[in-house]
Design a protein around this ligand. Structure first.
Ligand code: C5P
Length: 243
């Protein structure tokens, strides 16, 4: 039992950092943000106290912000600080990444230095499949593999770029540079919804002045105390936040 939701003993789906459970309402699922932190496709794995709550709080905050901008998300309500009730979606197996500044896999794959500001926001899409190492996919493949129709793909990219506009503006006001982030989408009732999470696990955030990382790179590359970094983000985005 968490808040008003009864959590079944067995999850419907166990991800690397979240567990998804069915609820009494067939149109809703219960998502528990766990304290697990993983990187490099699960090769690195640790547990950090409060990590689940920090990411759940950030995700709730951004999902609400995007809803207010007219973007459909799976967010319904929180039933505990680490537990989100969401609309049940048929998930689309794509990781839709928007990049404003070159970093991470982009600098490994292409001849571009980390920190290079891109001429415009670039959308890159990976096929979500751990066994295949989440390979990058393109528009034609997405359509011939019947993952999305051309129209749906156009819609997904449009939403991703709108999310980028909203989040970039917001972070800028908080003294943070939104370098890149990953979104996942799903379908329900013929509509496309933003699913999964928007958190410090799924974004690269750099201090505008110092370039310091406030995101999962702190953990990936042993840059310091990751929970302090995540707390710093929440303090900047929600001034009254305390944990
Ligand atoms: O690894 P890469 O540089 O392609 O990641 C781009 C962005 O997408 C980063 O913000 C990263 O944290 C996020 N990402 C993610 N989950 C993945 C892959 C990337 O949240 N499986």
């Amino acid at each position: 039992m968490r808040g008003s939701s009864v959590i079944p003993a067995k999850p419907l789906y166990e991800g690397k950092a979240k567990s998804v459970y069915t609820s009494e309402n067939p149109d809703e699922l219960i998502v528990v943000f766990r304290n697990d932190m993983t990187a490099f496709n699960g090769v690195k794995h640790d547990l950090f106290t409060d990590k689940g709550r920090l990411n759940a709080t950030a995700s709730e905050f951004f999902m609400k912000m995007l809803e207010a901008e007219g973007i459909k998300t799976h967010y319904i309500r929180m039933s505990a600080p680490d537990t989100m009730i969401v609309r049940r979606l048929e998930m689309i197996p794509l990781e839709v990444i928007v990049r404003n500044v070159a970093a991470g896999s982009m600098t490994k794959k292409y001849p571009v230095a980390e920190g290079t500001v891109l001429d415009w926001p670039v959308v890159t899409i990976d096929y979500k499949d751990d066994e295949r190492g989440d390979p990058m996919i393109n528009d034609d493949l997405i359509q011939v593999l019947h993952i999305l129709t051309g129209d749906e793909l156009t819609q997904v990219k449009k939403i991703a770029l709108l999310v980028n506009t909203v989040l970039t503006r917001f972070f800028d006001e908080c003294g943070i540079r939104l370098v890149d982030f990953k979104l996942e989408f799903g379908k329900a009732g013929g509509n496309i919804f933003l699913g999964d999470e928007i958190s410090m696990d799924s974004m690269r955030l750099w201090d505008k002045e110092t370039g310091e990382s406030f995101d999962k790179d702190v953990y990936r590359f042993n840059k310091g105390d990751v929970i302090t970094a995540y707390r710093n983000v929440l303090k900047r985005i929600i001034p009254e936040f305390s944990l």
